[in-house]
Design a protein around this ligand. Structure first.
Ligand code: XMP
Length: 519
């Protein structure tokens, strides 16, 4: 997706690189995050309006340190270096970088020393000459490169921000992209609008128009297939394709029998009845359940479900015949993660995202309209497309579904129990306004029986665990501090309304060391 004003962010491996990209998009400017070693032609093909250099874990003098590619400075376009990116600017332009006497990590205050520069103008108008910022660095700049002046200093960094106002090159020792830098967004916006001269206008509405046109041009008279999962990504993908090619899109929805309460009915009601799409709904729950009989190992569950999904999908696609394209809801973070430099790629703890994944040898051409979007942008596009709110804001749901939330063997009866308990939890979250304040929330059925008492009788029944987390990216997560009354109400309802459950517990572990799911 080119030919629009684009900011290029060169990724030097900071944990915050994606966050920079999200902030730029939030400021309504299109950007792409690319590894620092991306070939020059590929980057310049995007016709960047300006460059942002991310932070990174290296030190510029280290033997294997990643360096600033020549084309960035040669392009003459504005540059904003953040943390390591600033040190790269200093190093390559003739300044000096040294280890700081002590590593600086956390909140700091900077004092603006040059009141007349465009980068800090809006931040200063809001907050005055002293700004709170988030620092995280070991090296610092001890000598400015020629042409630069100091824009801000902190107790530990005599050069906390620098700028060459003539050549539109700026460096920040702190991180404007994190929420702990309250005026960060003003600084980023100033760079985009006042220094790079962007006009903005990257909005869901524009995206929809462009995406629909480009899908239409690509598909021509071809036929498109799309697998709906019930989640927002595939829903938005299908809706865009449907707008572009109408009846030449066929959606397949596989009911695995492992979905949440009411979900299969809702998918049919939304896509077939409400949006008028051609939808093939396949009830394969009996096959999935048969595959899972006697299985308790979570990885075996995932493999069996993944394999069955592919078989069912392939059979339907073959029956249809004549399909040229497959539309998939791949998002930008997946694209970025697959190319990210140096960032310690998280150990593959679970075989994620393999369910609903289709075999690589399928002969379709791929259409991935969301390939350059972040999740929050997909949701805004979903809203702009008029999709139901409950669908647009739905929490992520794992491909293997309830199978990995039923610890131990998956049976029809245990599925019913979990579905019912989960529905009560979700209903109460929506009713109390907490659904949107958590990133993911669900019930888990444990493989233990505990003693309880009901009336005068002793019971020996199942335990349900409630899980609710807050997170930005699911790599780390914290347990949600749900109000006591809400937890009490949910617990009370589950024990009273769900047959076979006599105890409810709330999971108060963060990730790491726990994970979001229990399997
Ligand atoms: P964990 O449990 O690894 O979960 O902290 C992080 C996010 O990934 C989701 N998840 C899965 N998604 N297939 C998926 O499509 C899976 O096998 C799977 N396992 C976990 C999880 O729901 C959370 O959003």
């Amino acid at each position: 997706m080119v030919a629009r004003e684009t900011i290029v962010i060169l990724d030097f491996g900071s944990q915050y690189s994606q966050l920079i990209a999200r902030r730029v998009r939030e400021a309504a400017v299109y950007c792409e995050l690319v590894p620092y070693h991306t070939p020059a032609e590929e980057v310049m093909h995007l016709q960047p309006r300006g460059f942002i250099l991310s932070g990174g874990p290296a030190s510029v003098y280290a033997p294997d340190a990643p360096h600033l590619p020549d084309y960035v400075l040669q392009s003459g376009r504005p540059v904003l270096g953040i943390c390591y990116g600033m040190q790269l600017l200093a190093y390559h332009l003739g300044g000096r970088v040294d280890p700081a006497p002590q590593r600086e990590y956390g909140l700091a205050r900077i004092e603006l020393t040059d009141v007349d520069n465009p980068l800090f103008a809006d931040a200063r108008a809001l907050a005055g000459d002293t700004l709170a910022v988030w620092m995280s660095h070991g090296d610092r700049i001890t000598q400015l490169p020629p042409g630069f002046e100091v824009l801000a200093r902190s107790a530990n960094s005599p050069i906390a921000a620098m700028g060459d106002l003539q050549r539109h090159r700026y460096g920040l020792q702190f991180h404007p992209e994190v929420v702990h830098t309250p005026q960060g967004m003003q600084i980023i916006r100033a760079f985009l609008y006042d220094i790079c001269g962007c006009a903005g206008g990257w909005t869901p509405g524009n995206f929809i128009e462009e995406a629909v046109q480009s899908i239409r041009a690509r598909v021509g008279a071809g036929q498109v297939l799309c697998a709906l999962s019930g989640g927002v990504d595939s829903a938005v993908t299908a809706t865009l394709v449907h707008r572009a090619v109408g009846g030449r899109l066929t959606c397949i929805f596989v009911n695995t029998g492992l979905l949440r309460q009411g979900e299969p009915e809702e998918v049919v009601a939304t896509f077939r009845d409400h949006l008028g799409m051609r939808l093939i709904a396949v009830d394969a729950s009996a096959q999935f359940l048969a595959d899972l009989q006697g299985v308790t190992d979570p990885e075996v569950k995932r493999q069996r479900i993944g394999a069955r999904f592919i078989r069912v999908f392939e059979a339907e696609a073959a029956r249809l015949g004549g399909v040229d394209f497959l539309a998939q809801g791949t998002l930008y973070p997946d694209v970025i993660e697959s190319t990210a430099p140096d960032r310690a790629v998280a150990a593959k703890i679970k075989t994620h995202h393999n369910v609903g994944g289709l075999p690589p040898d399928m002969r379709f051409q791929l259409i991935e309209p969301l390939r350059y979007l972040f999740k929050d942008e997909v949701r805004r596009v979903g809203e702009a497309l008029g999709l139901p709110r409950q669908l647009v804001w739905r929490h992520p749901f794992p491909g293997p579904g309830l199978a990995v939330r039923i610890l131990g063997e998956v049976t029809r009866e245990r599925l019913e129990t979990l579905r019912h308990a989960d529905a009560i939890f979700i209903e109460e979250l929506w009713a109390s306004g907490w659904y949107e304040r958590t990133a993911q929330a669900f019930a888990v059925l444990l493989p233990v029986q505990t003693v309880g008492v009901m009336g005068d009788a002793r019971t020996y029944a199942s335990v349900v665990a409630l899980r609710a987390v807050t997170t930005e990216d699911f790599m780390t997560a914290d347990w949600a501090r749900l109000p006591e009354e809400l937890l009490a109400r949910v617990s009370n309802r589950i024990v009273n309304e769900v047959k076979g459950v006599n105890r409810v517990v709330y999971d108060i572990s963060s990730k790491p060391p726990a994970t979001v799911e229990w399997e």
